[in-house]
Design a protein. Structure first.
Length: 163
């Protein structure tokens, strides 16, 4: 078992290359760069257009490697769903778009392991908080209204399969 070398970087989903930042960081390890790049691109293909945190762990003797992919920030995932580049500069006054609750739940599922939430309902409410600060309405309403409706059980059918 050789010495482990860990490289952490941000790459654009599905577009890692042997150039910076991956190539120069891994060059000294002697690992097969193209294998690493292909693995990163395979694991990040669902995040095209987003910067994704990636950790590459290389065994310096065997040249074996593993790639761990993080999840982009919540705000980036929301903006991607809207097809926007940035949030509202004045979230209280200017709205940049509206998303269905199903998209919010999809993002909550992605982020569940990183959030300080114990279930999908609470995670969804966290994501709704990010919607509020980004100037995004949900189901045509203020995200706080949707949070209250979740508390009242109005959307329970969307959560019934999740525990």
């Amino acid at each position: 078992m050789g010495k482990k070398v860990t490289v952490e970087t941000m790459v654009e989903g599905g577009k890692a290359s042997a150039g910076p930042p991956v190539g120069p960081a891994l060059g000294p390890t002697g690992v097969n760069l193209m294998q690493v790049v292909n693995k990163i691109n395979e694991l990040t293909k669902d995040f095209v257009g987003l910067k994704v945190p990636v950790k590459i762990i290389v065994d310096s003797e065997t040249k074996e490697f593993e790639v761990e992919v993080g999840i982009p920030p919540t705000s980036a995932l929301l903006l991607k769903e809207l097809g926007k580049d940035k949030g509202s500069g004045e979230a209280g006054k200017q709205k940049i778009g509206d998303l269905p609750l199903s998209k919010i739940i999809k993002i909550a599922k992605m982020k569940l392991s990183e959030l300080l939430a114990f279930d999908l309902k609470k995670a969804t409410k966290c994501i709704l908080g990010t919607c509020l600060s980004a100037g995004i309405t949900v189901e045509g309403q203020d995200p706080r209204v949707i949070q209250k409706k979740i508390d009242e059980g109005e959307f329970d059918d969307l959560f019934k399969d999740e525990k």
